[in-house]
Write a new protein. Structure first.
Length: 92
């Protein structure tokens, strides 16, 4: 039986994303894909070494979006439309 599955591996967030959340997805450079997918790499230290990406947030961009993203019922390109943030409504 073949089972298809997927997982998002996360890591500690780095600046500037760390100002938004403490975790971020792990993005592996294409040069490591074949090693990552190899069934021959079974040593934990070898796997972890692949996760040491030099500039993990180098190509990331982020901006404020509407609260629609907080529900899995919502889907569509409007979820990533940038919004302007107003003044904070609370002190914290």
């Amino acid at each position: 039986m073949v089972r298809e599955s997927a997982a998002i591996i996360t890591r500690e967030a780095v600046e500037p994303l760390a100002t938004v959340h403490h975790r971020m997805p792990l993005f592996l450079p294409q040069s490591t894909w074949s090693d990552w997918l190899s069934p021959d790499i079974t040593d934990v230290h070898d796997v972890r070494s692949l996760m040491n990406v030099e500039k993990p947030a180098d190509h990331l961009r982020f901006w404020p979006v509407r609260e629609l993203v907080n529900s899995i019922r919502n889907n569509g390109p409007e979820l990533i439309d940038k919004i302007e943030l107003g003044e904070p409504e609370t002190l914290f």
